[in-house]
Ligand binder design. Structure first.
Ligand SMILES: *Cc1c(COP(=O)(O)O)cnc(C)c1O
Length: 393
């Protein structure tokens, strides 16, 4: 029982710091209006930025994929789990982001977490490599850097000059700069053109994790590379497919040789069962929507919702870091106050997560509002009204 008691002490310590996390149970599909823990709620917490998670065409494609390919893939991609749907999806994804890469090829992964582990462990496999990691990077990039044999240096958030100095001072044989494109807790965008110029000058890779940009940014939804008009052989792009694409999984797109190295060497690719082919089949429809007129319409509408929220919030105490993406943080500061505010919103049927350390730095606990093209202007106005009122209390 000593073992259990030691775990219970750790849990009690978390509780004492207001850091215990609790899951809510959704009884309905991911959408603004959901039944959660058997109560109707208006949700502002998903990353389903275009509303594709419950889009009838995508859901139908998933059903069709299951009819064709069955429920599971049965094995890893290199054994027998690689289906026609996976292969076609990879070709379509490569063609979609091809304007920004040289000799582009794409590789589909079961999750973005694994894609990031794969890229950093494969490119940073040697002890004479160095990974230069942005301070606010997603946990999956931090873990990928830890798992790689390469050394790791962290550069301050958005600080191109500091990174320049680090790259200049390094004698590493392989240099890998890695950054989120859209920072997942702040919604700001990395200075990608300046970072790419640095990487080209120093002969470094630039790994861009576009989890929150793919499908959302760029005129055609091609993400951060399109938004910033980038094109380079130094780019290694990670797009995730469980957020704006509304389904599940991720892909790495890069020069064909880089992708071949991942197929041959990346353990998070090789040693895991391929995700169900039906998912890849459904993603073909998501990609059609993202790349087509409907996607353009959804992105324009989402931009209008973001503007509406911005114009409706009137805050004096709480901070709003500038964000032009669907991630709209409201920084409250103390963990317990952030929890209290989220609980008050919840009591009014509004579901907005309180994000606390270690996900964000200490003393920056926040509400993280995420908007989706599935929201209405009225729903956004209702949220803004409730937040304004709580801040004034
Ligand atoms: C969500 C996210 C991931 C992980 O992607 P999954 O497909 O959910 O595993 C990676 N990076 C960032 C920045 C993310 O927000």
């Amino acid at each position: 029982m000593d073992l259990i008691a030691s775990v219970d002490r750790k849990l009690a310590a978390l509780e004492g710091q207001s850091l215990t996390r609790r899951r809510r149970i959704a009884d309905t599909a991911c959408a603004p209006e959901q039944t959660v823990d058997s109560r109707p709620m208006l949700a502002f917490c998903s990353n389903d930025y275009l509303g594709l998670a419950s889009h009838p065409r995508v859901v139908e494609a998933l059903r069709e994929g299951a009819s064709t390919y069955g429920a599971g893939s049965g094995a890893s991609h290199l054994i027998s789990g690689h289906s026609r749907a996976h292969a076609v999806l990879e070709e379509r994804l490569a063609a979609f982001v091809a304007p920004h890469l040289i000799d582009a090829r794409a590789l589909y992964f079961s999750t973005g977490y694994m894609a990031n582990l794969a890229v950093l462990t494969a490119l940073g496999a040697d002890t004479d490599a160095m990974i230069f990691s942005e301070a606010l990077n997603h946990a999956s990039l931090i873990d990928g850097a830890r798992l790689a044999r390469a050394g790791v240096m962290v550069y301050p958030h958005g600080d191109v000059e500091a990174l320049d100095a680090q790259l200049g001072a390094s004698s590493a044989a392989t240099k890998i700069v890695v950054t989120d494109s859209v920072f997942s807790m702040d919604g700001d965008i990395a200075p990608l053109p300046a970072l790419l110029a640095l990487c080209e000058r120093h002969g470094a890779w630039l790994v861009v994790d576009d989890a929150h940009g793919f499908g959302v940014l760029g005129e055609n939804g091609r993400g951060a590379l399109e938004h910033c008009a980038l094109r380079s052989p130094n780019l290694v792009y990670v797009g995730t497919l469980g957020k704006a694409a509304g389904v599940s999984g991720a892909f790495v797109a890069a020069h064909a040789s880089v992708v071949e190295l991942l197929v041959q060497r990346a353990r998070p690719y090789i040693y895991t069962t391929a995700s169900p082919p039906a998912i890849a089949h459904a993603l073909l429809t998501s990609l059609d929507i993202i790349a087509g007129e409907e996607g353009a319409r959804l992105r324009a509408y989402l931009a209008a919702l973001i503007e509406r929220l911005d114009a409706s919030l009137r805050l004096t105490r709480w901070q709003r870091p500038a964000s032009h993406t669907p991630i709209q943080p409201i920084v409250i500061g103390a963990n317990d106050e952030a929890l209290r505010v989220a609980a008050s919103l919840h009591a009014q049927g509004l579901w907005v997560p309180a994000i606390r350390p270690p996900t964000v730095p200490a003393h920056t606990a926040r509400l993280r509002v995420t908007l989706s093209a599935a929201h209405t202007f009225d729903q956004v106005a209702r949220l803004a009204g409730a937040i304004n009122e709580l801040e004034a209390m």
